[in-house]
Write a protein that binds this ligand. Structure first.
Ligand code: ADP
Ligand code: MG
Length: 366
């Protein structure tokens, strides 16, 4: 089921003297979630991800704007009538019910013509519990399950009504690192098998990048960029998106454009055809550095970390915005670790220029 968000806005009004300012949690969101895809809704804590999701599910009412499921306007429809499955960070299982009881619960509450027979219910429970691989655990209580198993039960419970849309709000955040990896692979498989349109909310860029067909990057209630994960990584529209995606993160230098050349400090690092003189930020991905004795960017070498195939070079530069530059190069090219300085040239396609004031990306002429 395709979902369309049209000028979707949510304002939480200031309540009292302490909180007098209105919070614009979601600001004029326009977006189409394609049918059958898994969309990662990504952004830092407080940027409006949950609010967006809650408006899609109907738990929050938009201040303005509309939501469509397919061609149907569901903006004023109650959550129960929307046919969405929800999974939250804390599994929120009923502790006194067995796993089976928990999964059955949404089916037992179906009304009128939607009512199911016992056999139909059991069939559905069997199907989803196999799908999420908890069919061996049906008679246990939630307290007898690991965190990962509990979250699988929550996913099964969300899926059992065969929702048109599955909404997941940081579903893996309570799991330890290994389970998180494993469960996200599982989620991907389940989504592919069922073909249910899914919105997956996370603040973890790596998680979003790894399982999503498409990602939406949000900041302060505003959608910044939408695209396939690799596409957004390689072609960020602004400084925020560039900084938010990638581990290790992009390296940001203070720079300037003067007479058609790009400078970091007083050193010209590359030509900048088509750009007017101005102050800029220069972003270089860790894989964008080339070790080159005669390269323009000379840095103080802090240390060299060999990690098998790759080597990470940690260095300093006066015009770097953070503490340490991190460059990833092939171990074959690794410099001696006792050197005091290391010089780089920059790969053009891994170097990004952003206006210092607007923080929007600036593009070179070819
Ligand atoms: P995220 O899920 O990305 O962390 P949220 O959607 O929960 O962000 O919140 C977005 C913004 O809206 C935050 O500034 C948050 O404090 C505010 N907010 C969320 N819910 C409420 C509420 N019920 N009342 C007032 N402000 C809220
Ligand atoms: Mg949230």
């Amino acid at each position: 089921m395709k979902v369309t968000l049209q000028n979707l806005t949510k304002v939480f009004p200031g309540r009292n003297k302490q909180v007098s300012e209105d919070v614009i949690a979601v600001n004029d969101f326009n977006f189409e979630i394609p049918d059958g895809k898994l969309i990662g809704l990504l952004g830092p804590s407080g940027c409006g991800k949950s609010t967006t999701l809650n408006m899609i599910s109907g738990l929050e009412k938009p201040t303005s704007g509309k939501i469509f499921f397919g061609e149907e306007d569901v903006t004023d429809l109650s959550p129960e009538l929307r046919g969405v499955g929800l999974v939250f960070q804390n599994y929120a299982l009923y502790p006194h019910l067995t796993v089976k009881g928990n999964i059955l619960f949404p089916l037992q509450n179906l009304k009128k013509d939607k009512k199911l027979t016992k056999e139909q219910m059991n069939e559905k429970v069997e199907y989803v519990s196999k799908l999420v691989q908890i069919d061996e655990l049906l008679e246990r209580k939630p307290s007898e399950l690991s965190g990962g198993q509990q979250q699988r039960v929550a996913i099964a419970r969300a899926l059992v009504k065969m929702p048109k849309i599955l909404l997941l709000d940081e579903p893996l955040s309570n799991l330890d690192a290994r389970l998180r990896l494993q469960t996200r692979e599982e989620l991907r498989r389940i989504q592919k098998e069922t073909g249910i349109t899914t919105v997956f909310v996370t603040h973890d860029q790596e998680e979003a990048m790894s399982i999503s067909d498409m990602i939406v990057v949000m900041n302060k209630g505003v959608m910044n960029q939408y695209g396939a994960p690799q596409e957004v990584y390689e072609d960020p529209k602004n400084l925020f998106v560039a900084k938010f995606l990638g581990t290790p993160p992009i390296n940001i230098f203070y720079g300037s454009v003067r007479s058609g050349a790009l400078y970091i400090g007083k050193t010209e690092v590359m030509k900048a055809p088509g750009l007017d003189d101005r102050e800029v930020y220069v972003g270089v991905r860790p894989e964008g550095f080339i070790i080159n004795e005669n390269g323009p960017l000379s840095c103080d070498l802090e240390r060299v970390e060999v990690m098998g195939r790759d080597t990470s070079i940690v260095a300093r530069h006066n015009y770097f915005t953070g503490a340490f530059i991190r460059a990833i190069i092939s171990s074959e090219d690794a410099p001696r670790s006792d050197l005091k300085t290391v010089s780089f040239s920059l790969k053009k396609n891994k170097t990004y220029i952003f206006d210092k004031i607007t923080e929007e990306r600036l593009y070179l002429e070819n």
